[in-house]
Design a protein around this ligand. Structure first.
Ligand SMILES: Nc1ncnc2c1ncn2[C@@H]1O[C@H](COP(=O)(O)OP(=O)(O)OP(=O)(O)O)[C@@H](O)[C@H]1O
Ligand SMILES: [Mg+2]
Length: 307
């Protein structure tokens, strides 16, 4: 897929298993922040539940992704003004079709068009759930942002999403190198083999051959996940990001980047309901400053520093 890449823009996609954690709020706010640095195109990839326009304070675009799939309109022609300088929006599909209804060929074509968009930053909002079309879009991105709130349901959902993400990525790489059947048979026999989590599966596969060991190490080393903790109401909530990071290391054997936390602010829902973009109206708020810090951390590959 990298070889199809013609633009020089950076792709950021936001996923996470659970609905309502703040994916759309965070990606739209990041978009507004990044639009001060370069040209941003935001894609509402929440198929079936598109609502990104509400966060930007505009009406649903008249043309949208549905036209790409149903009328074959080139993606670049679907960009509409958002009212925010330097920020274009490609609308999603409201109540028509979900991620599960996009066929492989359509997805490939969409990804090719995304990779050819002329922008400095391409931001993709995705719906809840871990459908493989959603997973593949996150895998396409340079910055794979996973949003979680300090709630156990959201955290459990996130682990499930990450597991699916890792399996898909590793499964693809193992398949290319002829190890797909082997990995499937190890997974089927996991109970007999005493494999209880993703890390133990990886360790088992690595022990099979030095070649497999190298392949897995290479895949996992290039696999960066950016974790964002949203709706934090205090220091204890902020620390949850660190715990999640430790759990990922222990059970997945993978270092995630704790890229930022965003404080809870009642004004977020007020601004959405009033149709005013939060980042403009509440630019000086603590929550907006968290978003600015998050944008800086993401761009620099930095993490939250807390004690
Ligand atoms: N930092 C925050 N402080 C206060 N409220 C927030 C914050 N982030 C999000 N919200 C609230 O949570 C609601 C859900 O946010 P959002 O729509 O961004 O979630 P989502 O993850 O995109 O949901 P879905 O999976 O349904 O698309 C928002 O309408 C807003 O009211
Ligand atoms: Mg959303």
């Amino acid at each position: 897929m990298e070889s199809d890449r013609e633009h020089s823009g950076r792709i950021l996609a936001v996923g996470g298993g659970k609905g309502g954690v703040g994916k759309s709020f965070i990606i739209s706010s990041l978009g507004m922040s990044l639009a001060r640095k370069g040209r941003v195109v935001m894609i509402d990839g929440d198929l079936g539940g598109a609502n990104l326009h509400n966060f930007l304070g505009v009406s649903p675009p008249k043309t949208a992704l549905a036209d790409f799939f149903e009328r074959k309109t080139p993606l670049a022609e679907l960009i509409v003004a958002s009212g925010i300088e330097n920020l274009g929006l490609i609308g999603g599909m409201i109540g028509t079709t979900g991620a599960e209804n996009i066929k492989h060929a359509q997805k490939k074509k969409l990804f090719n068009h995304i990779l050819r968009l002329e922008a400095d930053y391409i931001l993709i909002d995705l719906g809840a759930g871990a459908h493989f079309n959603t997973i593949d879009t996150v895998l396409l991105a340079d910055d794979k942002i996973i949003v979680v709130t300090p709630e156990i349901n959201s955290i459990e959902n996130m682990y499930n999403f990450l597991r699916n993400l890792f399996f898909r990525r590793l499964g693809g790489a193992l398949g290319v190198h002829g190890y797909r059947e082997l990995a499937i048979s190890v997974w089927k026999e996991r109970q007999e083999l005493g494999i209880r989590n993703f890390k133990q599966l990886i360790d088992h596969l690595k022990d099979i051959s030095p070649e497999l060991h190298r392949l897995i190490d290479r895949e996992l080393a290039g696999f960066k996940i950016n974790l964002v903790l949203n709706q934090a109401k205090g220091h204890r909530d902020i620390m949850i990001g660190n715990s999640v990071k430790s759990v990922c290391r222990k059970f997945f054997g993978i270092d995630t980047l704790y890229s930022g936390y965003v404080e809870y602010d009642e004004s977020v829902s007020h601004s959405i309901n009033r149709g005013v973009p939060y980042m403009n109206t509440f630019a000086a708020s603590r929550c907006a400053r968290c978003i600015e810090k998050l944008a800086d951390n993401l761009m620099a590959g930095r993490q939250v520093r807390i004690s």
